[in-house]
Design a protein around this ligand. Structure first.
Ligand SMILES: [Zn+2]
Length: 113
């Protein structure tokens, strides 16, 4: 499912991020939350995504004026990619950073309900 508010994609009926029920089936062109990275990794990831031909949308956590003031050091960028690009984008993130995304959709296998 897909949460329009957080742009999280996940399995289940409630958004694990905001726990609201405003969710729907994800569509291939939906922008989905991929990861968030701070400088300099955010710039590196953006470059690699671009090289791989994956369009991404980024949003800084800080306001524009504030991030200008503090510089890029503390800036954290959130990355969103289309759902159709998500699998490939995750592989890139895992390759770059060597850790899984904090995303429940990675949790497959045995489910003990
Ligand atoms: Zn949400």
């Amino acid at each position: 499912m897909y949460c329009e508010k957080c742009k999280h994609c996940f399995e289940g009926e409630r958004c694990p991020n905001c726990r609201k029920g405003r969710v729907r089936q994800v569509r291939p062109d939906d922008p989905c939350y991929l990861t968030e990275q701070s400088s300099p990794w955010n710039g590196m990831l953006e470059d690699v995504l671009r090289q791989e031909g994956i369009p991404c949308v980024t949003s800084g956590r800080l306001g524009a004026g504030l991030s200008t003031y503090v510089g890029s050091v503390l800036e954290i960028t959130r990355f969103y990619v289309r759902w159709s690009d998500m699998e490939k984008a995750r592989e890139i993130v895992n390759g770059l950073f060597g850790k899984g995304c904090p995303d429940t959709s990675n949790e497959r296998g045995t489910e003990n309900d």
